[in-house]
Ligand binder design. Structure first.
Ligand code: SAH
Length: 269
């Protein structure tokens, strides 16, 4: 869809692409908080917590444009158009996104539209789910005794044009963080095992990380499907795969509710 602008007219507004962080309201940046105070209109995702929404002035127009797996409440092209249209009529147009806008957030696509439309803009980073989850679940993603690197990957796995690099992800010295992977746990497991990653590689699935409802489900790659199917697991949830996950046992400090999901017995204090 082509984006409609108003030829000959300059949009007076500024678009702010803002990361809201992973959930805990205190993880919002000071800059994001400041900009939200001056919002005239906020286009927000379903992932943005209600506590953060409560910080937005009552006078600001709030437009939900969230997407959930399989349920598109607004097509991306509509969101893009809305950002541009609002910039012609409002001063501060905030696009508020969960986590960081440039990590699996389509912030890049939205920014391309904004640049094409010639709008004034700024991007404010947010704490991405991987960082929030790692900190609050006690999983140092690159602890040097266990990992030389970390990869953030999408578990959506459906792009035939860009197949998953399972061989690369199977490197035992690399921590994997899988966004949007819960529904594809079997594909992730098969891909990694077939590429040689050890079946006993520790796995954590952390749901609603950094919020009071955070739950951590610990297991191994061989039983990742059972972890992902746990009835207590609430979206959004993130997978962390790698030896560093074993550290959660001793480093976990927040809302101590680690559930050993495979044998479903052990609660770690
Ligand atoms: N831009 C966001 C990611 C959007 S993709 C960011 O930087 O965090 C959405 C995925 O992020 C979810 O499917 C889930 O895997 C992950 N996610 C986001 N918030 C989360 C949270 N509080 N706890 C666990 N996973 C989360």
């Amino acid at each position: 869809m082509d984006i409609l602008t108003m030829p000959g007219q300059v949009a007076g507004g500024k678009v702010w692409i803002v990361g809201a962080g992973p959930g805990d309201v205190d993880l919002l940046t000071v800059k994001a908080y400041r900009v939200l105070q001056s919002a005239d209109v906020v286009l927000f995702d379903a992932l943005v917590s209600s506590e953060i929404m409560a910080l937005i002035p009552a006078s600001a127009e709030k437009i939900a444009v969230g997407k959930r797996a399989g349920l598109h409440s607004a097509a991306q092209s509509e969101i893009n158009q809305l950002l541009v249209t609002k910039a012609y009529t409002r001063k501060n147009v905030i696009r508020l996104k969960g986590g960081d806008p440039f990590i699996f957030g389509r912030g890049g696509e939205e920014l391309q539209t904004i640049v094409e439309a010639g709008l004034d803009f700024e991007v404010i980073p947010g704490i991405t789910a991987a960082s929030g989850t790692a900190a609050y679940a006690g999983i140092p993603l690159t602890h040097r005794d266990y990992a030389q690197g970390v990869s953030f990957i999408t578990g959506h796995c459906q792009l035939a044009s860009r197949p998953m690099d399972w061989r690369g992800y199977a490197n035992p010295n690399n921590t994997l963080v899988v966004y949007m992977g819960i529904l594809n746990a079997n594909i992730i497991k098969t891909g990694l095992l077939d590429a040689g990653r050890a079946p006993d590689t520790p796995v954590a699935i952390v749901s609603k990380a950094t919020t009071q409802d955070q739950r951590t489900f610990i297991g191994t790659l061989s039983n990742i499907e059972q972890l992902a199917a746990d009835p207590e697991l609430v979206m959004p949830a993130l997978m962390v795969i790698g030896d560093v996950v074993a550290l959660a046992d001793s480093l976990n400090w927040f809302k101590p509710q680690v559930v050993q999901s495979t044998n479903l017995t052990k609660q770690i204090k």
